[in-house]
Write a protein that binds this ligand. Structure first.
Ligand code: PEP
Length: 240
C-alpha cells in the first residue's frame, strides 16, 4: 500500500442539507471543542453560516457549499462570493457532483464560480470524480482530465481539489488505496503546474473506520466528509 508519514491534514465537513438550524449550531459548538492538530473546515447550509461562524470560533474555518456564478444583481435565491466573504467564509465547495448531476451545473458556471471565489480571496474546494460507468469503461483519468480543464488559464494562490468518485459518495464504497493514490498523483501532475499551493483531498464514504487508512495514502492531503461529519461520535474520531 502506498503510504506517507502522518502530518496535519485538511479535514472538511460537508453538512449538505442533513442538519436543521439548531442541530447545526450544536454541532458547530461541539466541533469547536474537539482538540486536534489537523486543519478543520466546516461547510454548513447558507442559512446557518453566521450562526455557525460564531460557534466555530477562530481555529475551525468556515466554508460554504456553493456560490453564485455572478457577483450580484437580479439572481433570485443565489448567494454571491462577496456575501460569503463578508460572512467570514474562507472556503467554498464548487462543482460538487450532486450539483452537477441534480442541478445541471455546467463547466461554464463552475469556471465562473471559481473565478469569483478567487476574486474574493475564498479558497475553492473544487470537486472532480468519475461515475461508476466511466470507471467500468476505464475512463477515470479521461473524465477527470476533462473536469480539470475548467482550470485552464485561471490562476490560484491556493486551491483544494477534492477527488470524489461519484459512485463512492454516500454509498459506503471506497476505492482501494492504490486507486486513490493513482488518481491523486494524476491530479497533482495535471493541476500542480499552475497552482502554487495545491491540496488534494479524497471524498466519498469516509468514516471513522477508514479515515486512518485513507489519510495515510501517498498524495492525500486530507478528506472531504459528508454523512459521517454530521454525527458527533464519527466526526470526533475523523478529526483526531
Ligand atoms: C460528499 O458528498 O462530499 C461526500 C463526501 O459524501 P459522503 O461522505 O457522505 O460520501
Amino acid at each position: 500500500m502506498p503510504l506517507q508519514p502522518l502530518k496535519p491534514k485538511l479535514i472538511i465537513a460537508n453538512w449538505k442539507m442533513y442538519l436543521g438550524v439548531k442541530e447545526s449550531i450544536i454541532l458547530a459548538r461541539q466541533t469547536s471543542k474537539i482538540k486536534t492538530t489537523n486543519e478543520i473546515v466546516v461547510c454548513p447550509s447558507f442559512v446557518v453560516l453566521p450562526l455557525a461562524k460564531k460557534e466555530l470560533g477562530k481555529k475551525v474555518k468556515l466554508g460554504a457549499q456553493n456560490v453564485a456564478w455572478r457577483e450580484g444583481g437580479a439572481l433570485t435565491g443565489e448567494v454571491s462570493a462577496s456575501m460569503l466573504s463578508e460572512l467570514g467564509c474562507k472556503y467554498v465547495i464548487v462543482g460538487h457532483s450532486e450539483r452537477r448531476s441534480l442541478l445541471n451545473e455546467s463547466e461554464v458556471t463552475i469556471r465562473e464560480k471559481l473565478k469569483l471565489a478567487v476574486a474574493k480571496k475564498i479558497i475553492p474546494i473544487f470537486c472532480v470524480g468519475e461515475t461508476a460507468e466511466a470507471r467500468k469503461a476505464g475512463e477515470t483519468v479521461k473524465v477527470i482530465k476533462g473536469q480539470l480543464a475548467v482550470l485552464n488559464n485561471l490562476s490560484f494562490d491556493k486551491l483544494v481539489i477534492a477527488y470524489e468518485p461519484v459512485w463512492a459518495i454516500g454509498t459506503g464504497r471506497v476505492p482501494t488505496t492504490e486507486e486513490i493514490s493513482d488518481v491523486h498523483g494524476f491530479i497533482r501532475a495535471e493541476a500542480g503546474k499552475s497552482v502554487k499551493n495545491l491540496q488534494i483531498v479524497y471524498g466519498g464514504s469516509v468514516d471513522e473506520n477508514n479515515i486512518k487508512k485513507i489519510l495515510a495514502v501517498t498524495g492525500v492531503d486530507g478528506v472531504l466528509v459528508g454523512g459521517a461529519s454530521t454525527k458527533l461520535n464519527s466526526w470526533k474520531k475523523i478529526i483526531n
